[in-house]
Design a protein around this ligand. Structure first.
Ligand code: CDP
Ligand code: CDP
Length: 221
């Protein structure tokens, strides 16, 4: 089967998973949200009450099956879509994903699915590590205040009210941890195209990327 790969990276709240999901549906591609996979490992680590700071205690990954299938994340056969978005998971996911052992395990799975058909994968190290030869690499960015406002809207929709300042702080801490870690930090691949979504709607961003995909496929000049 021909492989066509699109890598979408960028900081928290830049729109990666929302936009990748829509593009995948419109173009019949497979979407993989790798952030959801790191969140699932974090959820499992918390539930197993392991020492989150000890890399050796993540050996439970030898027998756990983390998979992302049709926009849903599973641990073995359990759907954990809602559980992985909790506060405790969000606060600890950057720590968990900083361990080389955890990254190695998840990158193995991601590289394998990346070989199957037309794929759009989003995360932090997709263009640099998981799919370094992707046909198209996008690096989405947006002002931190705009990203925090987007998160606030999500929380309001779910009936929670959270202060904007708190969200700005939480996003900045996570971005800082993700960009400064030793193992595959959040970084723009040299050949990635930067799209600033601060003033763009979801639809405008989707259209821009679909045009770039069509160009990469040679469908338009
Ligand atoms: O909250 P948001 O949707 O922005 O984050 P996410 O995409 O769900 O990713 C959660 C966390 O997983 C990130 O903050 C990173 O620490 C980690 N991650 C990673 O290290 N590498 C990836 N390819 C994807 C996510
Ligand atoms: O995956 P990532 O953390 O990069 O972002 P996301 O979870 O896809 O998007 C965060 C929120 O921003 C979602 O509620 C999107 O609907 C919203 N969003 C937006 O309002 N405008 C955009 N251009 C992109 C995303």
């Amino acid at each position: 089967m021909a492989v066509f790969q699109v890598a979408i990276d960028g900081p928290a709240g830049s729109g990666k998973s929302t936009i990748s999901k829509i593009i995948a549906h419109r173009l019949g591609m497979t979407h993989i949200d790798t952030g959801a996979m790191y969140r699932a490992v974090t959820l499992l680590a918390i539930e197993n009450k392991i020492d989150l700071n000890d890399e050796a205690s993540y050996r439970f990954l030898e027998s756990a099956k983390i998979s992302y299938h049709k926009d849903h994340i599973y641990i073995d056969d359990r759907l954990v879509e809602a559980d992985i978005r909790g506060k405790l998971v969000t606060e600890n996911v950057s720590l968990v994903s900083s361990f080389p052992y955890v990254r190695k395990k998840l990158v193995e799975i991601q590289k394998e699915v990346a070989q199957k058909g037309e794929i759009i994968m989003d995360g932090r190290d997709i263009g640099t590590v998981v799919m370094p030869n992707a046909n198209l690499k996008i690096f989405l960015v947006a002002d931190v205040l705009e990203r925090a406002k987007r998160r606030q809207q999500e929380k309001i929709k779910k009936g929670h009210d959270v202060h904007l300042d708190k969200l700005v702080e939480e996003i900045m801490i996570r971005d800082q941890k993700d960009s400064t870690r030793k193992e595959s930090p959040l970084r723009k691949a040299e050949d990635a195209i930067v799209i600033d979504t601060t003033a763009l709607s979801i639809e405008q961003t989707v259209e821009k990327i679909i045009e770039l995909i069509k160009k990469a496929k040679g469908e338009i000049k």
